[in-house]
Design a protein around this ligand. Structure first.
Ligand code: NAD
Length: 336
């Protein structure tokens, strides 16, 4: 079977890591027709728009995209492509697993948790205004519909992966209306999943518990800003943004991406670690139904990391991006 997938290779190290990931997927036997799509600073400079309509149309058509990091210009006139993509395509669920990898230095071992973040509401609704000069307001929008669909996503994900527990993270003790609605809605959805344990935790306490003992969590579901912060915290528990994948899922499309930046300090030098993008790509393959290929690539990657002979500089190795990719390809036939 052949697939069409949009490729937003991104800025900085983006093209180097996407190219390695494309090679590994091809070597694993999955035929993909990649549709190159423009986005980010280069698209802004060329078209005056960091997210051209053509890119959105292509993703709506293929329903799937792999995205490298995009440089974001500071200041006004340049909307965040990541936020725009999520809103335009209604990618309402951000799925961020944090799993310990042998061979990757990290503060904890055997961490295996999943952060599910609501991706379209909260403070990211983009509703900000100046009340009077010197006073601004940002609206934090929480809806019952948005809360219900993200809660259902978290429980469905837990069920499909055989996970035991979902924890709703909130601040309903202070934000009684907005987080009260989020918590109430999660409580109601939980009743439809009697096979999954359910509890809730206030966000500040959850942050402390995650750094003291992350093993006590399984699947965590939360609104947008809390998810932004705690998903990065979760990545830190297992070695950082360079080794953690991310998927943005909606009813009509899915965009899989590395969450680290463009690494301008090492861009163009063949030094970047493609692990985060590769794990996002394996998540994408499983989403497409290419589960076996996804698992095979993961097994090869884990074997290379554990062996520790061919690692990139960020993992204290001396291999180039392409050498790391070649080592993974060489392992494909030896893993089951
Ligand atoms: P960054 O993640 O690009 O870099 C931080 C540090 O991590 C650097 O030392 C870099 O070399 C290293 N690093 C990052 N990814 C790596 C990889 N795959 N392999 C090896 N080392 C890696 O963060 P930054 O410097 O704050 O941001 C640079 C640019 O990236 C900015 O324009 C920012 O807006 C953008 N950015 C984009 C995204 C995204 O598109 N998802 C996310 C974060 C930052």
């Amino acid at each position: 079977m052949s697939y069409q997938v949009c490729l937003l290779s991104g800025d900085g190290i983006g093209p180097e890591i996407t190219s390695v990931v494309q090679d590994i997927i091809a070597a694993a036997g999955v035929t993909i027709e990649w549709i190159p799509c423009e986005a980010g600073l280069s698209a802004f400079e060329k078209h005056g728009d960091p997210l051209p309509q053509e890119t959105l149309d292509n993703i709506r058509r293929t329903k799937i995209a792999l995205k490298g990091p995009l440089a974001t210009a500071s200041g006004t006139g340049f909307r965040s492509v990541n936020v725009s993509l999520r809103k335009e395509l209604q990618l309402y669920a951000n799925y961020r697993p944090a799993k310990s990898l042998k061979g990757v230095p990290a503060p904890f071992k055997d961490v295996d948790l999943i952060v599910v973040r609501e991706n379209t509401e909260g403070l990211y609704s983009g509703l900000e205004h100046t009340v009077i000069p010197g006073v601004v307001e940002s609206l934090r929008v929480i809806t019952e519909t948005g809360s219900r669909r993200i809660a259902k996503f978290a429980f469905d994900t837990a069920r499909s992966l055989g996970r035991k527990r979902v924890t709703c993270i909130h601040k309903a003790n202070i934000l009684k209306l907005s987080d009260g609605l989020f918590l109430d809605t999660c409580n109601k959805v939980a009743k439809d999943y009697p096979d999954i344990e359910y509890d809730d935790c206030i966000v500040d306490a959850a942050a402390m518990k995650m750094v003291l003992n992350p093993h006590q969590f399984d699947v965590l579901v939360m609104e947008n800003l809390f998810g932004d912060i705690l998903s990065d915290l979760a990545s830190g528990l297992v070695g950082g943004l360079g080794v953690t994948p991310s998927g943005n899922l909606g009813t009509d499309a899915a965009v899989f991406e590395a969450v680290h930046g463009t690494a301008p300090d090492i861009a163009g030098k063949n030094l970047a670690n493609p692990t985060a993008l590769l794990l996002s790509a394996t998540m994408m393959l499983k989403h497409m139904g290419e589960t076996e290929a996804g698992k095979k690539i993961e097994a090869s990657l884990f074997a290379v990391l554990e062996e520790g002979k061919t690692l990139t500089g960020d993992l204290q190795g001396s291999a180039s991006t392409t050498e790391f990719g070649e080592a993974i390809i060489a392992k494909l036939d030896t893993v089951s």
